[in-house]
Write a protein that binds this ligand. Structure first.
Ligand SMILES: Nc1nc2c(c(=O)[nH]1)N[C@@H](CN(C=O)c1ccc(C(=O)N[C@@H](CCC(=O)O)C(=O)O)cc1)CN2
Length: 281
């Protein structure tokens, strides 16, 4: 039976460290500031944004919230970002995704100053990550790497299979594992014989967004399984991208959903904001 990698516990430990560091900064007159921008009424986004606001308050980070109507134009949003780029109280800016259809997401992400890009989505920060010299690291992949480290998983020489090639998770986490000397295979919807690829992995990172698509029987005996998926099934139930019960029978360690990678995402956002405030000192 697999060890459960408890994202809530790891997140709590890191948040306590962030809180202590924020208190030290406060004594020197610096309060880390995060601007949180939500456009529209997407129910999941509203939940995530309020979780981010609460997390900031809990650790002593100032958060400035902007809740804009669903019909907001791209120009209005770009004007707000420009204002935040020039606001000295703000060390991190995040625009909650997804954005409404009338807004070009790439243009918006590129408008955020790379030096305040708390989500690490700006092409400059993506490039820095790829060359192994990150400034801001995207929060979910950053959280995955911290979880692996806290679990004592050394990636050197390991076969890592990432399933999912999104810009937010799959691609960056693949580069981060490569930077830790893993041999990385990045799989996606057109990958042939996914079961065989997953079956070779010492570490599986599932970030595909399809409920329980990765079957427990595919997992190699003793592999580490990191499930990034948060899929709502029916009214209330959340499931990951991995068939959890069956995978737990074979894996040596596995993240649950909920309570695995999810809590790390917001924790690493706090970490990015704190690091940015310290860089600005
Ligand atoms: N600008 C961004 N937009 C989005 C990001 C992001 O990193 N930056 N990631 C996701 C959503 N997300 C944060 O924004 C996020 C997803 C999941 C969780 C989380 O804690 N999940 C819990 C379950 C919570 C629930 O009950 O719904 C868990 O897995 O335990 C936090 C943040 C897309 N957009």
């Amino acid at each position: 039976m697999a060890k459960i990698i408890d994202g809530k516990a790891i997140a709590a430990k890191i948040r306590a460290e962030i809180s202590a560091e924020a208190a030290r900064l406060k004594e020197r007159g610096i309060v880390p500031g995060l601007a949180v921008v939500l456009v529209g009424e997407d129910p999941a986004s509203k939940v995530y944004v309020s979780m981010k606001e609460k997390a900031c308050a809990d650790v002593g980070i100032f958060s400035d919230e902007y809740k804009l109507a669903a019909e907001t134009s791209e120009e209005e949003l770009l004007t707000l970002i420009d204002k935040l780029n020039n606001d000295p109280k703000i060390h991190g800016i995040l625009v909650q995704l997804p954005l409404p259809k009338q807004i070009n997401t790439e243009r918006v992400l590129e408008a955020i100053s790379p030096e305040k890009d708390a989500d690490g989505f700006h092409p400059y920060n993506v490039g820095r990550l790829v060359i192994g010299k990150p400034l801001f690291q995207p929060c979910t992949p950053y959280g995955v790497m911290v979880m692996l480290k806290e679990t004592g998983v050394d990636l050197t020489g390991k076969e890592v299979v990432v399933v999912g090639r999104s810009n937010i998770v799959g691609k960056p986490v693949a580069f981060m594992c490569l930077q830790q000397n893993a041999t990385v295979t990045l799989c996606h919807s057109k990958t042939r014989d996914l079961a065989a690829k997953v079956g070779q992995a010492d570490v599986v990172i599932a970030a595909v967004g399809v409920p329980e698509m990765i079957k427990g029987a595919w997992i190699k005996e003793g592999a580490v399984v990191i499930d990034v998926g948060v899929n709502r099934v029916g009214e209330k139930k959340l499931v990951g991208d991995v068939e959890y019960a069956a995978a737990s029978e074979r894996a040596s360690a596995i993240t649950p959903v909920p309570g695995g990678v999810g809590p790390m995402t917001i924790t690493m956002l706090l970490q990015n904001t704190l690091e940015s405030a310290k860089r600005g000192m």
